[in-house]
Design a protein around this ligand. Structure first.
Ligand code: ADP
Length: 297
């Protein structure tokens, strides 16, 4: 999509304020985004930057993304682009950030990502589960209400709202989802320490920089359980054995993950897909729900 004039004007004013130029000289579309339009831009002062925009994003979406990127950067375990400026104006919202050139992926980069992610998950505080603000998963609001209890959080702020939304669209009407909701707090009762998660770790949200470093983009961060990222990485694939081996070298993966937590965490993303893309994801969501109930119930 061509860069809208309103966005161009606002970004050019921001560039001037930041001392990064006065005009966008070139704008080359970058494919791969699910929700927004993106481009590599060059300014008249020779800066190369990444710009994403959306003519109808919900208010606060890009600010939440910039804050999420900053939280990942603060953990200081892997590369994330620095955000320079953003606007969440209704008709012309955009986020301007550092452009990180991509390099080839290889075994070493996969291992580096696995190690870095495990270190990210070890980055924890004494805080509660959740996040100081809500953010978005795709274009769906993700509630991050601070909570003492992980199982309660996963039920109330992850699974339940997605089930409710799907049911409004006459999907996932099976009783197994009600049974499952009641099982969640008990099933997750032994997760005690909040861990920083990326929150939307599919293969499109990671790449390797031209210097061989693992890069993460487009997060939906909160303090939760690191296995959520592992489960998402496995849901649609694209992460190699080196990634998982390196992760496990830093952080053991307990048997409860493969027994039922992977399904319980993947179920959230499956329900998000039901709500974003429709009924094709209903059958895998139902299968996951049945497996969880038979394992935990
Ligand atoms: P969306 O919010 O629409 O999902 P993304 O943030 O995933 O968009 O970005 C879309 C694509 O743009 C990514 O798959 C990646 O290839 C590229 N990209 C995103 N951020 C950067 C960046 N800072 N530097 C270089 N390329 C980027």
């Amino acid at each position: 999509m061509l860069l809208p004039e309103e966005v161009r004007g606002n970004v050019e004013r921001a560039l001037a304020d930041l001392g990064l130029g006065r005009r966008i000289e070139t704008s080359v579309p970058v494919a791969g985004g699910c929700i927004n339009s993106g481009a590599r831009i060059e300014t008249d002062s020779g800066e190369t930057l990444f710009l994403k925009w959306n003519p109808s994003s919900p208010p606060g979406m890009f600010e939440a993304e910039a804050e999420g990127l900053a939280a990942l950067a603060e953990a200081d375990v892997l590369r994330v682009p620095t955000s320079f400026a953003w606007s969440d104006e209704a008709t012309a919202s955009w986020l301007l950030m550092e452009f990180i050139p991509q390099g080839p992926s290889n075994h070493e980069a996969e291992s580096a990502l696995g190690r870095s992610l495990a270190k990210l998950h070890a980055h924890r505080g004494n805080e509660r589960f959740g996040w100081a603000r809500d953010n978005w998963i795709g274009s769906l609001r993700q509630r991050n209400t601070l909570s003492e209890d992980w199982g309660g959080f996963w039920r109330e702020h992850r699974i339940e709202p997605q089930v409710a939304q799907a049911r409004r669209a006459e999907l996932v009407r099976y009783a197994v989802f009600d049974v499952l909701l009641d099982l969640i707090p008990g099933a997750l009762s032994d997760v005690e320490r909040p861990q920083l998660v990326h929150g939307d770790l599919w293969s499109g949200n990671r790449f390797v920089s031209d210097h061989g470093e693992p890069v993460l983009i487009d997060p939906a961060v909160y303090l939760g359980h690191g296995e959520v990222d592992l489960a998402m990485s496995e849901l649609f694939g694209g992460f190699g054995e080196d990634f998982y081996d390196a992760y496990e070298d830093v952080q053991a993966i307990p048997s409860a993950y493969t027994a039922y937590r992977r399904d319980l965490y993947q179920l959230y993303y499956l329900l998000v897909h039901v709500n974003l893309f429709g009924g094709a994801y209903e059958a895998p969501a139902l299968r996951a729900a049945r497996r969880i109930v038979s394992e935990v119930g």
